[in-house]
Design a protein around this ligand. Structure first.
Ligand SMILES: C[S@@+](CC[C@H](N)C(=O)[O-])C[C@H]1O[C@@H](n2cnc3c(N)ncnc32)[C@H](O)[C@@H]1O
Length: 214
């Protein structure tokens, strides 16, 4: 798409992305009990979840388009003496062999794409995950106020060009509940939650989706 989707993390002044999200504690415990080992953190940012999963004994691969994010993650992992493989690339084309991972997280990182790109991302996630493997991902809901703004350029029925925290303008893909099953059709849905968060008092709606490769 010729757009810089990777974040410039040196410009981001927020502690939010350093603290692991609450979901990762549940997932680490569940996936450990299931005997999973290979974990892919898709769009890892500065690696708050990769660090947690490595500390829990998973073999972690952290993947992102952002050089600054991956460098900050390497610095932190080395300080904590944790081994994490960092790989740079786009979610739409993963440089991993088929069935390379047992479990995969894509937390607030999958939607910097348009409808076609999202289709490619879903099929790549499916390809690199082993049978019986699980994915936990978030998607922005069409209930989000930004989807309804008329001052932002629309790329297609689901995709809006929106300014990011680092100032760049990148595509954001939005879905409705009805569209989730179609988008993620190669997977079985385990659970979908529709969550409203507040960032600096502003409402933000996401779907939190837990799926399994049959
Ligand atoms: C909102 S941050 C979330 C980071 C991390 N998942 C977390 O929860 O802390 C989004 C990250 O996704 C990365 N990203 C965005 N589009 C991407 C793409 N197409 N391929 C790989 N990484 C991407 C950005 O560089 C950024 O680091």
């Amino acid at each position: 798409m010729g757009i810089n989707k990777g974040w410039l993390w040196t410009k981001i002044d927020s502690d939010y992305w350093s603290e692991p999200s609450e979901e990762i504690y549940y997932l680490a415990s569940r996936w450990k009990d299931m005997g999973y080992k290979g974990f892919l953190d898709l769009g890892c940012g500065i690696g708050r979840h990769s660090i947690h999963m490595a500390s829990q004994g998973f073999d972690v691969t952290a993947y992102d388009l952002s050089d600054t994010g991956l460098q900050l993650l390497r610095d932190k992992a080395s300080k904590l003496d944790l081994s994490i493989q960092t790989v740079k690339g786009d979610n739409e084309k993963l440089p991993f062999k088929d069935s390379s991972f047992d479990c995969l997280l894509a937390y607030h990182s999958l939607y910097h794409s348009d409808s076609e790109g999202m289709g490619r991302i879903v099929s790549e996630m499916h390809r690199v995950l082993g049978s019986g493997g699980e994915v936990y991902l978030t998607l922005i809901s069409k209930s989000h106020p930004d989807y309804l703004r008329d001052d932002l350029e629309k790329l297609d029925a689901n995709t809006v060009m929106k300014p990011e925290e680092d100032g760049s303008i990148v595509p954001h893909y939005f879905v409705s509940y009805e569209e989730i099953e179609e988008l993620l059709h190669p997977f079985e849905v385990i659970k979908v939650k529709h969550v409203e968060d507040f960032f600096s008092g502003k409402s933000s709606w996401h779907y939190f989706v837990h799926i399994r490769k049959p």
